[in-house]
Design a protein around this ligand. Structure first.
Ligand SMILES: Cc1cc2nc3c(=O)[nH]c(=O)nc-3n(C[C@H](O)[C@H](O)[C@H](O)COP(=O)(O)OP(=O)(O)OC[C@H]3O[C@@H](n4cnc5c(N)ncnc54)[C@H](O)[C@@H]3O)c2cc1C
Length: 385
């Protein structure tokens, strides 16, 4: 991602008077000329009214509290890796979280170690630090872009581990009550790629505590592909450093580790969540797959039991509906990743409209082919699918 670049050709945008007041606070920097295109991994998005970089929890709370009181729309920003933002002039102020403190301490029992990290810390820096110290717990979530504070927002997960499994506590600023407090995971309503914070902005996560294994054992390896690569049986634990290396390797092969030189990673990650359908809908979906692709494909269709029904693979459905990797073509400004059909990518010149048009084409194509509705995973700002 490029740093925010002021464009001298642009006229400055008038910021709300509250922004001028906030600029006097020591740990708040007002950054001129910001564009969301420079702050998001999908590299799209227009100009906010202002960008406030906040270096401490107190600064974040002061900024959000004042902006809310002045009725100024706020976009809380971490690493910008789960956002689809409209172009043009945006009627909002970006509060970018840049508090990055890390502290380790023992939990209630000796076999548990806790790490507390600032919401603005880059998630993978925290994972790398825990693994380098020989602690287990976060290794399967290696390489996920974005910030520590956003991980509970959509209960990030990969390779058989979700944040819900390792989360100890969250310090948040509740925007309705104005209270800055520590809460336990049950307050977060964590589910598959969701929580009470996703798409609501109800609270701002200021700091997060995770449970670690000081004995250097990874989380149990539950994901078959990862277990196979590691040569362990599903459910066994392994060396966190080896797991991290292996996960990063697997992710790179799918364009899922940010890389300025690889346009397949200029994305918001998986663009659609894996759809969960009712169990009684499964035979209908299988028969639509059989009608289109034959009974062998219908039998092979991935389907796993999950809370609420049966989870299907969005990537499998997208490819079987006719959207192969790289769709629609090498000259398209927005196209599916050439490594992973579930990622929509900006090849450099795409606008929000290009991304939205591609997302609609894929969503509608899957619905027409198999009767399954795909839901986008990223958060939409000023636009919608
Ligand atoms: C290449 C790539 C691979 C990815 N792989 C995965 C994956 O394997 N698993 C997975 O789950 N996700 C994945 N993602 C999605 C994304 O990385 C995660 O959702 C990540 O947690 C987003 O963090 P962020 O700081 O970039 O959030 P942002 O994009 O900055 O924000 C996303 C949303 O969260 C809100 N938010 C951010 N920080 C806070 C906070 N501190 N308090 C309250 N609200 C906040 C924002 O307001 C916004 O609504 C991937 C993305 C990319 C680009």
């Amino acid at each position: 991602m490029n740093p925010p670049s002021p464009d001298p050709a642009d006229s400055p945008r008038p910021a709300a008077p509250v922004v001028a007041e906030l600029s006097h606070i020591d740990d708040i920097d007002v950054v001129p000329g910001a564009r969301l295109a420079d702050l998001t991994t999908l590299r799209i998005g227009g100009r906010p009214r202002a960008l406030l970089e906040c270096a401490t929890p107190d600064a974040i709370v002061a900024a959000v509290r004042s902006l809310d009181a002045a009725d100024v729309p706020v976009l809380v920003l971490g690493g910008g890796s789960n956002l689809v933002v409209a172009g043009g002039d945006l009627d909002l102020v970006v509060v970018a979280l840049r508090n990055r403190d890390v502290a380790y301490f023992t939990g209630a029992t000796d076999d548990v170690l806790l790490v507390r990290a600032g919401a603005g810390l880059t998630w993978d820096d925290l994972v790398a630090d825990t693994v380098a110290r020989g602690y287990g717990g976060l290794e399967c979530l290696s390489g996920i872009p974005g910030s520590v504070g956003a991980t509970p927002v959509q209960n990030v997960g990969a390779y058989g581990v979700e944040v819900a499994q390792i989360l100890h506590r969250v310090r948040w600023f509740d925007r309705a009550t104005g209270v800055d407090e520590w809460v336990t995971p049950d307050a977060l309503g964590l589910g598959y790629r969701t929580s009470v914070l996703k798409n609501t902005g109800a609270a701002v996560v200021l700091e997060v505590e995770f449970r670690l294994d000081p004995g250097g054992r990874s989380e149990p390896i539950r994901y078959a592909e990862l277990a196979g690569r590691l040569g362990v049986s599903p459910g066994e634990r392994s060396d966190p450093a080896v797991v991290r290396r292996t996960v990063l390797d697997l992710r790179r092969g799918k364009g899922m580790v940010l890389d300025d030189d690889d346009e397949d990673t200029w994305s918001a990650g998986s663009f659609f969540t894996n759809p969960v359908i009712r169990e009684d809908e499964l035979p209908t979906v299988r028969s639509r797959v059989a009608g289109r692709l034959g009974s062998a494909q219908a039998e092979q269709m991935p389907a796993f039991s999950a809370p609420g029904g049966v989870k299907l693979s969005a990537g499998w459905l997208i490819e079987r509906a006719g959207f192969s990797k790289g769709h629609p073509s090498s000259s398209s400004p927005a196209r599916l990743s050439t490594k992973h059909a579930l990622a929509l990518t900006n090849r450099g010149a795409a606008t929000a409209d290009d991304v939205i048009a591609l997302a609609r084409e894929v969503r509608d194509g899957v619905r027409e082919a198999f009767g399954v509705v795909l839901h986008p995973e990223p958060v939409w700002v000023g636009c919608h699918i």
